[in-house]
Design a binder for this molecule. Structure first.
Ligand SMILES: Nc1ncnc2c1ncn2[C@@H]1O[C@H](COP(=O)(O)OP(=O)(O)OP(=O)(O)O)[C@@H](O)[C@H]1O
Ligand SMILES: [Mg+2]
Length: 359
């Protein structure tokens, strides 16, 4: 899929800009603080409902602006065109597909953007939440039943946590229905995640082998968040005392995590910062490729500050790979990355929140 047009209003320093995009690689160049990353944030926002940068969503809204809006015309491989919109007016986020108000999930489902950026190493070195988010985004885009189970799980978790916060053990009838619901939906979420990771694993082995051949083979380990041989509802009933002391539910699908172990770097701590980045990029590319296998088209790939994140050989390898599969790619940098200089692509100059096509 690809964006044909992207219009951004009131996002950070971008007051009101529009860019026409084509196939293949696009490069956004300009000085620090010009608004390059903000363009990628706008694209990512449509497919995730949040930014890849940490911090409050409110920080995205331009200071002094009452609202933020991102519109895109999205073209799919089957030639279908869709108009996407996401806006924030006051405290509310509103999503639209083809002029119709839709829940955020419907918008996010329609659009797939993966982004490699200076914070991407957190996928490997950071908290489990990031890895769960990565995993769930992938599952969500290929398994339609996932979102229903996930919502039911979140609702039940909230209810159980509210009970725990009262600090009172309470009668079994208060907890049991929510624990039953968590058990049922937790098992479904676990099955979806497991099936997804089983498919992702060989694709990831290939992309890690491509970017990090020196580290040898890679194994993906998944932990579902509670003992493998136990039913979650039973575990929760048993853990009530401990959870009451902590004030929240300490086991379940919301505690799942996964990790990678390389033959020549079995622990995360064995990786250099650059290798963490390349591992994260391998994961993102694998996710994009699996998405393409399942949905028939590559997601849009954003590479923020490519030249400052990777050495020349790896920049060239990634660009080569993405060009070969025909993905739409949005790259940013203070300069055009060296491996992109000789090839034909579209280039834009970004300065003080203004975007001007150069090629
Ligand atoms: N809520 C906001 N309202 C207005 N301006 C903002 C807001 N948040 C950030 N900015 C400004 O918008 C710009 C954002 O720039 P962005 O991060 O997109 O720059 P960049 O071109 O990627 O720069 P770099 O090369 O340093 O990565 C910065 O100048 C920043 O100070
Ligand atoms: Mg930037």
């Amino acid at each position: 899929m690809r964006f044909e047009r992207l219009r951004i209003q009131g996002l950070r320093c971008l007051t009101d800009v529009a860019v026409e995009l084509g196939e293949g690689i696009h490069v956004f160049v300009g000085p620090n603080g010009a608004g390059k990353t903000s363009v990628l944030e706008a694209a990512y926002l449509l497919s995730h409902g949040r930014s890849f940068r940490s911090g409050a969503r409110e920080a995205l809204v331009q200071r002094g602006s009452p609202s933020l809006a991102v519109f895109a015309e999205l073209r799919s491989t089957d030639d279908a065109r869709r108009r996407l919109g996401l806006g924030r007016n006051g405290p509310r986020w509103e999503a639209r597909v083809d002029g119709v108000d839709v829940p955020l999930g419907v918008l996010v489902q329609a659009c797939a953007v993966v982004c490699f950026e200076p914070g991407s190493h957190e996928l490997i070195a950071g908290a489990a939440e990031q890895r769960r988010r990565f995993l769930d985004w992938g599952v969500f885009h290929v398994e339609h039943g996932f979102i229903g189970a996930w919502r039911r799980y979140q609702r039940a978790l909230k209810q159980r946590n509210a009970l725990l916060r009262t600090g009172a053990a309470g009668p079994d009838e208060l907890y049991a229905p929510w624990e039953h619901e968590l058990g049922e939906t937790g098992a479904a979420i676990d099955a979806y995640r497991r099936a997804y990771l089983d498919r992702l694993s060989p694709v990831l082995a290939a992309s890690a082998g491509f970017l990090l051949p020196e580290l040898g083979s890679v194994a993906l380990r998944y932990r579902r968040g509670w003992a493998d041989d136990r039913d979650l509802a039973g575990v929760l009933a048993e853990q009530r005392g401990r959870d009451l002391a902590r004030g929240h539910t300490t086991m379940g699908a919301h505690r799942a995590d996964w990790s990678l172990a390389f033959e020549h770097a079995p622990l995360r701590e064995h990786l250099s910062r650059g290798q963490e980045k390349l591992t994260a990029l391998s994961c993102l590319l694998a996710q994009a490729e699996l998405h393409a296998e399942r949905r028939g088209e590559w997601p849009i790939v954003c590479l923020d500050d490519l030249a400052s994140e990777l050495d020349l050989a790896h920049q060239a390898a990634v660009v080569e790979r993405l060009a070969a599969v025909g993905a739409q790619v949005l790259v940013t940098g203070t300069e055009c990355p060296v491996p992109l200089q000789p090839r034909p692509h579209r280039m834009f100059h970004v300065e003080q929140g203004q975007i001007r096509p150069l090629l």
